[in-house]
Design a binder for this molecule. Structure first.
Ligand code: GUN
Length: 280
């Protein structure tokens, strides 16, 4: 039976560390602030944003709410980002994705000051990740790395398979595992014989957004299985991994909920605390 990777526990430790950084910044007269930009009424985005703002409050980060209707123009959105970029009381800017149709996410992301890009989505921060340089890093994959580290799971020399090639998770996840000396494969919807590819993995990261698509047949006995999926179904929140059948096969597994989700939010407050710590 797999051991459980407890995202709530590692997130709590991470938030404590972020709170320590916030306290140190306060001593230097800096009061860390995060701008949360939510455009439209998507219920999932509203609930994520609520939780992110609650996490900020817990560690002493001020959050500044910018809620706008889906009809806002690109110029209007750009204006909010410009305002946040030049506000010295704001150290992190989060534009909740996905943006409603008609708004250009790439334009918005590129407009955020890279120093305030606590999502790690800006091309400069992604480029620095590719180059192995310090940078603000995408919260979900960076949170996965923090969980592996907490449990002493060292990717060096292991076969890692990342299923999913999104810019938010799959691609940066692959780069972070590569940086830690894993042999990395990125699988996706066009991958032939996905089961066989997944069965090669010592560390299997599922980030596709399809409920329960990874079953015991995809998992090598003793593998570490990380489930990034958060799928809303009629039977509640489920991951990309069929937990019940995979748990007996894996050595370690993240549950949904209580796995990667809390870590994503914890890394956001950590990134914000760190961005504030290096600000003048
Ligand atoms: N939508 C899904 N995940 C994320 C995230 O990590 N950051 C933002 N801004 N939007 C998201």
């Amino acid at each position: 039976m797999a051991q459980i990777i407890d995202g709530n526990l590692v997130a709590k430790i991470t938030r404590q560390y972020a709170a320590d950084l916030v306290a140190q910044a306060e001593l230097r007269g800096i009061s860390p602030g995060l701008a949360v930009v939510l455009v439209g009424e998507d219920p999932a985005s509203q609930s994520y944003v609520r939780m992110k703002e609650r996490d900020c409050a817990e560690v002493g980060i001020k959050s500044f709410d910018y809620r706008r209707p889906a009809e806002i123009s690109q110029a209007g959105l750009n204006g909010i980002i410009d305002e946040c970029n030049s506000d010295s009381g704001i150290h992190g800017i989060l534009v909740q994705m996905p943006l409603p149709d008609g708004l250009d996410a790439e334009e918005a992301i590129a407009r955020i000051s890279p120093k305030k890009d606590v999502d790690g989505f800006h091309p400069l921060n992604l480029g620095r990740l590719v180059r192995g340089l310090p940078a603000l890093r995408a919260c979900t994959p960076w949170g996965v790395m923090a969980m592996l580290d907490h449990y002493g799971i060292d990717p060096a020399g292991k076969r890692a398979v990342v299923v999913g090639r999104s810019t938010i998770v799959g691609k940066p996840m692959a780069l972070m595992l590569l940086e830690r000396h894993a042999t990395v494969t990125v699988a996706h919807s066009r991958t032939q014989d996905l089961q066989a590819v997944c069965r090669e993995a010592d560390i299997l990261v599922a980030a596709v957004g399809r409920p329960h698509m990874i079953t015991a047949d995809h998992v090598k006995p003793g593998a570490v299985v990380i489930d990034v999926g958060i799928n809303r179904t009629d039977s509640g929140l489920v991951g990309d991994v069929e937990f019940a059948t995979v748990e007996p096969v894996a050595s370690w597994i993240t549950p949904v909920p209580g796995g990667v989700g809390p870590m994503t939010r914890a890394m956001l407050v950590l990134n914000t605390a760190q961005a504030a710590s290096v600000s003048d």
